[in-house]
Design a protein around this ligand. Sequence first.
Ligand SMILES: *[C@@H]1O[C@H](CO)[C@@H](O)[C@H](O)[C@H]1NC(C)=O
Ligand SMILES: *[C@@H]1O[C@H](CO)[C@@H](O)[C@H](O)[C@H]1NC(C)=O
Length: 873
Amino acid sequence: MASGAIPTSKTRFRKDSRAAFRPRRPGQPLWRSKWANRSILPRGRGRLALYLFVFVVVVLLVPVPGLGSLRQLLLGILLFPFSASSRSRPGREVLKYIDPLIGTANGGHVFPGASMPYGMAKPVADSDDRRENAAGYVQDVSLIRGFSQLHDSGTGGSPSLGNFPLFVHPGCPLDDITMCSFSARSRAVMRWPYSASAKPGYFSLRLKNSVAAEMTASEHASLYRFSFPDEDDSENGQDISVEYSPLILVDLQDQDNSRHNGGVHVDPKTGRITGDGDFRPSFGTGVYEAYFCADFQGAKIRRSGVFMGDNPHEDRQSIEKDPEGKFNVPSGSAGGWIQFEPPTNGHILARVGMSFMSREQACENAEREIPKLDFDKTVEKVQDAWADKMSVIEVNEADIDPALLVTFWSGLYRTMLSPQDYTGENQLWESKEPYFDSFYCIWDSFRAQHPLLSIIDPVAQTRMVRALIDIYRFLGKLPDCRMSFSKGFTQGGSNADVVIGDAYLKGISDGVDWATAYEAVVSDAEVEPKSWNTEGRGNLVSYHQLGYIPSDDIDHNGTGRNTRSISRTVEYAYDDFAIAQLAKGLGNEADYRKYMQRSTNWKNLWNPHQADSYIQGPEEVRWSKFKGFLQPRLLDGSFAHHDTRLCSPVHEMHKCYLDTRWATYEGSPWLYSFYVPQDMAALVETMGGKKAFVERLQYFHESGIVYMGNEQSFLPVFQFHYGGRPGLSSYWAHQYIPSLFNTTYGGIPGNDDCAMGAFSGLAMMGFFPVAGQDVYLLTAPFFSEVKVRARNGGWAVIRILNFDPTYHAKYIQHATLNGKPYTKSWIKHDFFVQGGVLEYVVGIGESTWGTKEEDFPPSWPWPPVVEDASKSL
Ligand SMILES: *[C@@H]1O[C@H](CO)[C@@H](O)[C@H](O)[C@H]1NC(C)=O
Ligand SMILES: *[C@@H]1O[C@H](CO)[C@@H](O)[C@H](O)[C@H]1NC(C)=O
């Protein structure tokens, strides 16, 4: 960074900026510095703070008799953010370990702004960095275009949402509004580097135009506090000709410039600005409408008007599509603005209510949720909501590197940013069921996020499952990917089948209509939609007839991208397994047999002769010792060839997407050849037995073929369990955390997808779900004790009796469950329902624990293996 960027001004405002300028060291526990300079003290409070400080010092240090209890109270308040024992608000103390800025660089695409758990309103500053700004803010030095109200978190694809940004000018040159810039492109301004500060429910940033912006949120509304430098300090600004008279504009635009239609209205008396627009989703097809309602407080209105492009109009207070269709609001930047007198308190508050139904509902949402524009109270409320969510987990912090605690809690926090609760805001159909949006995408989230939520937030998970079923009810198919009331692109299988099957096995059933749920998953399996790019499955006729998707298939029933024949085959097979489990649970034995039979379809693409080559040097090909991989297969039954390493980090990683011609999606045949969660015992056999399997899985992790930045790699970290080496699962979990999951801005190996944090959270707690099964693979937790609130009110406790904070001893030697020896390397969900105590002794080497075949996690062979009576003798 350029040293010239360090400000030299005398104002307090800019000094603060300089203090916040210090970049953090990689791995530095951030919460310390962030909490130290998190607030931008409004003017006039400084003196009061000083008096208070002196008072506190006197009470604490001067031994005046009779002040004992007051002293204790003050100590309690002072130490509150750092104390592990504040009892009034359970769980709130962990918020200091949550750093929302993790994953805001290097492709993490994490949303670091303010949000309620699963909240709809998600205000943050939007960066002008198209490669990285999928979630709005990027931790770099790109320009800031404004502060918009809706976002998704952690997605790939194009920039998502980002509707109705506010932008704030401290004033216009020569006090002439036409000299201010209005459009997104021309108004974008630099920030003070590293001035961003974030914690749950709060985000702030300082702009180089001297404006400091803080923001918080309720369920459906953003609340901003914009602060300005002292009026008489304006001569220290960059442009002395700017007259201090703040101008705030609301742009109808979204991040991806997708708006058409819409309109805006400014009330010059009250300052209320309302508006709407039609937008396109970021990774799908369709259109959605969004509405806002903005109110301001803290300064007198001087003038107001609308703008189109860079042209403000003071004589016009609205631009609306006229009913005869002769005038449409032009696409691009357009909106309303208000110019204020200098604010009496140094800041202006702005509340922006949001709705997907109407402008009126946007106003009602804002008035109901933030009636008084009380910034601090709103922050408290959203922090209480997060504290409540986090209170279901407790870990022993003793001896733990704070950075690991930050990795852990921040990851759990991110898993509750999306899907977003749009109940009451469904613009597509009327229903009494909950409506969630931003399942973005289930291909990413079914593996770790939803199973985690089934444990730590079963109520939300139940509502999400009900929302999925309701989407089926009204649209005819379950989604795989869904955002902004639109169908998103399907990446793999129909993985909502696994979410629903998993929920069934885990008792996520409150108000769930299982008959319709079953109808929905069977529809995925049996009825091909006309366009299967955005729902259901493709190539179903061949899949049913041949038991695999031929790479040269001709599909007469529907259209879709005829690619990914390997990855779709193995995903369909596992989805069918999930359907079979549900069929069995619902008492449908015939369907159970049918779908179990289909769950073996992975075998049909297994080419036992396929060797694995790698390039050693120019023109020189070498072969690894591994043979037998999933390969593409033609209609005539013969195998085609697909490089076993193609689309892994070691060979042309970025070749396998939806529209490329390859047989795998975002991964290699090496990776997909491990995807047989339904029958790992058969896979182990197919790969040549336990020893060969373990060797191969080791090689997968050691050789760099694995890519931990994508969710398909989560389960293979723990699949050593199926080879009788659960210690190696523990080993690899420690290899990846914290080296790839850590507290830096780029501390996630890929798009977060609200899933990466579920991986680190689960791995650190020591139980990893096999999604779609009642199975958690056990490894030693990263803490001496983990407590998870059990469904029946008690606790599921996992404890290491001889905990080693250096993690040399990370291999389970011996375990007891509720006092009795426990030799299985896995546990059932019942542990998290009933509660109980799982205790470990760990050691520095692998042990015999979990190595006997009878202690392996279960496999579901088909046809079922009949017990050999002679064997049991
Ligand atoms: C494919 O189309 C045929 C003819 O319309 C229909 O009978 C069949 O059920 C369809 N198959 C699937 C799997 O959708
Ligand atoms: C943190 O994680 C990122 C992303 O996985 C990785 O590139 C980086 O090397 C890690 N940093 C440290 C200090 O471990």
